[in-house]
Every structure is written in C-alpha cells, then in structure tokens.
Design a binder for this molecule. Structure first.
Ligand SMILES: [Zn+2]
Ligand SMILES: [Zn+2]
Length: 657
C-alpha cells in the first residue's frame, strides 16, 4: 500500500512540469479513456463543469499532498464548490449540475463535501472563506428529521458521513496555533443547530433507529464515535457560557422528539453505562465542575453509578468530585448550597455512595491508604455541605427518611477497625453522627425525642417552641417563654431575650422567609439537646475561664461539622456597652446563656452573612449537672436547694483550680 502510493505520488510529481502559473497533472481522462494532462486552469474548469473524476480527485490525499498543486488549485475551486453547495436548500442536485454544464458527470454532492474537507485540512489559507460560506450546508445536514440535501433524502444519506468527517476536520484544526482559530471557532459555534447536532450524533446508535437503519453499520459507528469525541473535546475549548449551552443540549433533536428531557450531561452518564469507558465520566465531571449543571436526571445517574460502581479509585474520585460540585451551589455565585438539590441527592443514594467508598477504600492497608488521592477530603466536603443544609426543610426530611439506613451503615463501619482506625475515616464517621444528631427533634422543655411522634404541642404564639406534652408547654411558659414569646430582640432586654437575634428583619422574599422560619424552628428543637450533650465540655471550658456560669455565654456554631461549642465571657460576646448593660440588668443569675448560629437559604445575590441566623436561649445552669428534671418553678424549694448545692460545688471546684 505505502510503496504503491509513494510510487504514484512520484509519478505525479514527475509529471508536473512546473510552469510558472500552470501546474500540470496526469489524471485519468474525464471521459474515462486513458490518461490526460490537466493544467491548473483546466482543472478548475472541470470542477466548474461538474466533472465527477476531477471532483473525486480533489479528495484524494495522494494528489492533495502535492503542495504546489494544492496551492494553485485552491483559490480557483473553493469558490466554485461553495457556490454550488450554497444552493442545497432551494434547488435539486440535478438542477444545479445541469446549470453548470450539459456534460456534467458529477454523481453525488457528497463529493463536493469530501473535496472541501480535504482543501480545508491542507490549505489553511482558504479556511475562513469555507467556514463563512457553509451555512446552508450545515442547515440542511443538521436537520436530521427532514433529512433533505438538495431536496433529496438520498443525497442526505450519501452525504452525512462525509459531512460529519468534514465538521470533525474543521474542529480538529482549531487546535493549531492558527491566528484564525478563534475566529473559526466562533463562527462554528454560532451555528446553533451544528452544536446540537455534534452532541446528538453521539447518541444516534441508542436513540435514532430511524436514521441508523438508513446507514451502513460501519458508517453509523463512525458517526457516533466522531460525535462523542467532538462533543468531549469541545468542552475543553469553550468558555463557561458555551459549556452551559453544550451541557443542557438535549441528546435527541427537538424536531424528532420535542419531549426529550435528557441533557448532554445525563447522556454522558448513559453512554458511560453502555460503554464502560471512563472518558465519558471524565467529560461529565469537567462539565459539571465548570458549569454546576445538573437536573434530577443527572443526579440520579451520577449517584446510581456511584452506588453500584466503586471498584476503581479514579472513578470513585471523579464521581465524588462531581457530587461535591453539584451539591455546592456556591460556584461563581453567592448562593448557598441548595436544600432542594441536597435533599434529592440524599434520597438518591448520596450517603450509600459515600459509605461504599469509605468502606472500600478505607479498609486498604495503611501504606496504600497514605498514597491515596483526595477522595476522603472530597467526601468530607460532601458531608460538610449536607451538614450545612441539614437544618433546612427538605434536606432535614430526606435525612430523616434515610436515618435508619445511615445508622445501620455507621454501625457496620464502626465495627471495622481497619476503617475507623484511620483518622480520616473516623473523622467522616463523626461528621455523619453529627448530622444525624442534629436531625432529631426534641421537646423544648424536657428534651424527650419526638421520634416519629406527630401529636406534638407547638406554641401558638411563636410557632417555634415544640413540646411533648401540655405539661411541658405549661412549665416552659411559666419559666421564661412567657417573657420571650413573639418578642423582638432589643439591647435593653438582652439578658432575658430568647429567640432569634439575627437577622432582625424577616426577609421580604417569601421563599427566603420560609427557609428562615423553618431553620428557626429546627434549631429550637435541638437547642436543649445540644446544651445537655455538651454539658461536660461547657463546664470544663467555664472552669478554665475561671468565671461564674451566669457570666458565660455558650456559643454553639452549627455551621461547621461537627458543631463547635465554645464558652466565652459575656463581655467578649456582647460588644457594645448598651447590650452589656442590658444583659447584666435583665439576666437571671441562675441561668446560663446560649447562642446558636446556623444558616438558612438566603438566596442568590445576597451578602453571604445575610443568610446567618443567631438564636439566644437560656437554661438553668443546674441542668448541666442534673438534667432537666431538677428545676421546675422558682417556688420549688428543692430545686433551689439543688441549685445552691450545684453552685457551691462549682465554687469549690473553682477554688481548687
Ligand atoms: Zn417534654
Ligand atoms: Zn411561643
């Protein structure tokens, strides 16, 4: 093969008597009899006349490798071919070639495409001209429903493979360091139908039996391959806005199926499923990380893959990275992670996937574990994001729905010391424990868990406080909530205010206001639990600060995972003289002050701080020692005695320290 084509080329070169302006070639005579010598002008003439042999000749790489010939010929034939192809929408092929010459022998317009493709590839000087004049060709060939080229289905079918290869050729040349590259790229991308078609070619085998039955099997495979490859490489070249266009493109043309909701991103996951080729996972990952472009279908596919396929490390890392990216709504915006998205991901197996990875890759030998990539850091990011939205309505519900499964998985993991013996894995397990802990809801007065109980008592006034019984509701009302219910925070009453300190104003936007209210209620139902669960830490910290408990403010920061608990002197928390005075004037010396900070969905374009919520609550500090059943009403002498006892114990502990 090689030697014969070399010989041929040699022959042609020998034949070329390089006269200054007319290159002569030896070609088969257009009439089909023997060989004939063709000059440059004759060659252009033959193309203009619609010579089948000559047109076919232009797509012959052996001929076109002759640089001198190519240069001479391109200027003459490119406008001729483009001129013919521009008539493909409105005229028939027969009509066009008849208008060229009565002796035209051209059998199919696909030869023009092949010739053009070859000239485009080899002769960079004509690229811009070609690109600017193929609008009609692109329009006809990209309409895969009408499938009309020169008003004929037959010509469309003949021409689709050369056309796909031509486009592939054009886009591949954009990798050259050509000055015109970006220009060409811009023009090509402006052809909306072309961009969509490139993506859709890659899905013809699965979704377009109407087309594939018209094509040869190998043609079909070739088109599908080129489509997949081109779409993948386009993503590397385009900017974010264009990447979004690509990612959202439907994998089936709208004319064929107006109801198709499968986006390219989801399509990539489907291709991955069929081919098991990880390059589609990489493309999907790049697209999602850049554009944050996911819908429910995409999330389902990603997590479905993540749950069922956790054998190789690289794909685990890719899938985790994609999940972290789509959960984290903050890419390029100030938007907080989306509650809706996180909730859907949790229901679709987010935890199952992460646990699968922790179990699989956390149980490897220590030496192997040390050399592992960032998978566990990515899972930590995922858990952090879930934690951040876990007090919001939908995510909270989704976590509750999965709670049984999650707890079961935690127990399994904790049984395997090969996993939890590694600090990074232990950290992840602790994070999930924290998420589960915050997910419960408890009586605001006695800390009894509601579990699945639905007949809870809610304060009619503020709607935030929730109780297990009327008795608890009554006790809480008499012991402080009466003073707090439906009050707004003021500096003057800082020492007795319970409820939301920040934000002071309810947001105007209804959606944000609802998110705020939900988070407010959810924080309220875990305040007491957090206080009691951390009693030892609180006492320990207060002791090392060496200040009375009534002067302590316990800060519960619910935003990091696990939650941060910190005891501070009130003057370090209240930073103006007014609020300090208000605090000392109005507080009860038997209480300890707690401030809880969380986040709600503050929505787009808002200062990130606008989505923080601060709530204040007091608890008798005796509860740190004895729990909630020790103090009921201020008239109860036993409880008073206990408080005295507790505080004297406290004093003696202070002295010792
Ligand atoms: Zn209760
Ligand atoms: Zn109330």
């Amino acid at each position: 093969m090689v030697s014969s084509s070399k010989k041929k080329r040699g022959k042609q070169r020998k034949a070329a008597k390089n006269a200054s302006n007319s290159v002569v070639l030896v070609v088969k005579d257009p009439s089909g009899n023997g060989q004939t010598e063709v000059t440059k002008s004759r060659c252009i003439e033959l193309i203009r006349m619609g010579s089948n042999t000559m047109t076919e000749f232009l797509s012959n790489p052996d001929v076109m490798n002759d640089i001198d010939f190519r240069k001479e010929i391109a200027d003459g034939v490119v406008p001729v071919i483009l001129g013919c192809l521009q008539r493909c929408e409105d005229e028939t092929f027969g009509g066009v070639i008849a208008s060229l010459s009565s002796k035209s022998t051209l059998e199919t317009p696909s030869l023009w495409i092949k010739a053009l493709s070859m000239l485009y590839e080899l002769e960079s000087s004509c690229r811009v001209q070609i690109i600017q004049n193929i609008g009609q060709l692109v329009k006809c060939m990209c309409n895969d429903t009408a499938r009309l080229f020169f008003k004929s289905n037959k010509h469309w079918i003949e021409s689709i493979t050369p056309f796909v290869k031509f486009i592939c050729n054009i886009l591949q040349q954009t990798n050259d360091s050509d000055d015109d590259t970006s220009k060409i790229f811009d023009i090509i991308l402006q052809q909306d139908s072309l961009l969509a078609s490139i993506i859709q070619w890659g899905f013809w085998d699965e979704y377009r039996p109407d087309i594939t039955k018209l094509l040869e099997t190998n043609e079909c495979t070739e088109i599908v391959d080129i489509g997949r490859r081109l779409a993948g490489s386009l993503i590397m070249l385009v900017n974010k806005k264009e990447a979004i266009t690509i990612g959202t493109t439907s994998i089936i043309s709208k004319q064929h199926d107006p109801n198709c909701t499968i986006s390219y991103v989801e399509g990539l996951m489907l291709t991955l499923k069929v081919t098991n080729d990880m390059k589609y996972l990489r493309t999907a990952e790049e697209l999602i990380v850049v554009t944050n472009l996911v819908d429910k279908g995409v999330i389902t596919e990603i997590l479905g893959f993540g749950v069922n396929y956790f054998v190789d490390y690289d794909s685990a890392e890719l899938v985790s990275n994609m999940s972290a990216a789509f959960l984290d709504g903050t890419i390029g915006t100030n938007e907080n992670p989306s509650d809706t998205r996180a909730a859907f991901a949790i229901r679709s197996g987010l935890f199952d996937m992460c646990f699968g990875y922790i179990k699989r890759f956390g149980s490897v030998r220590q030496s192997e574990f040390q050399h592992m990539g960032p998978l566990f850091d990515i899972i930590r990011d995922i858990f952090s994001i879930v934690h951040e939205v876990s007090l919001q309505k939908k995510s909270r519900k989704a976590i509750r729905h999965k709670k049984g499964d999650i707890e079961e998985m935690l127990v399994l993991l904790e049984d395997g010391t090969s996993v939890t013996g590694k600090a990074k894995c232990k950290e992840l397990v602790d994070m999930v424990r924290c998420i589960i802990d915050l997910n419960g809801s408890y009586c605001c007065r006695c800390n009894k868990s509601f579990g699945n109980k639905t007949d809870v008592k809610q304060c009619n006034g503020c709607g935030c406080m929730t109780y297990c019984s009327e008795a608890c509701q009554k006790k809480d009302w008499l012991n402080g909530h009466k003073l707090a219910c439906c009050k707004t925070y003021t500096d003057e009453t800082a020492g007795q205010f319970q409820g939301r300190i920040q934000p002071l104003e309810v947001p105007e936007n209804e959606r944000i206001a609802e998110s705020l209210k939900n988070v407010e209620i959810n924080i309220t139902t875990i305040q007491l639990k957090l206080f009691l669960d951390n009693s030892e830490a609180i006492l320990h910290q207060a002791r090392s600060l060496d200040i009375p408990l009534c002067d302590c403010v316990v800060l519960f920061n619910l935003r990091p995972c696990p939650v941060k608990v910190e005891c501070k002197l009130y003057t370090d928390v209240y930073n103006t003289p007014e609020v300090r005075k208000g605090f000392t004037d109005t507080r009860s010396r038997e209480n300890i002050t707690c401030i809880y900070t969380g986040s709600f969905n503050g929505g787009k374009d808002q200062d990130i701080n606008a989505s923080m919520i601060d709530m204040q609550r007091f608890f008798p500090y005796s509860w740190l020692y004895f729990g909630t059943d020790t103090i009921d009403t201020s008239n109860d002498t036993t409880s008073k005695r206990r408080v005295v006892k507790a505080s004297s114990r406290w004093k003696s502990a202070n002295k010792k320290a």
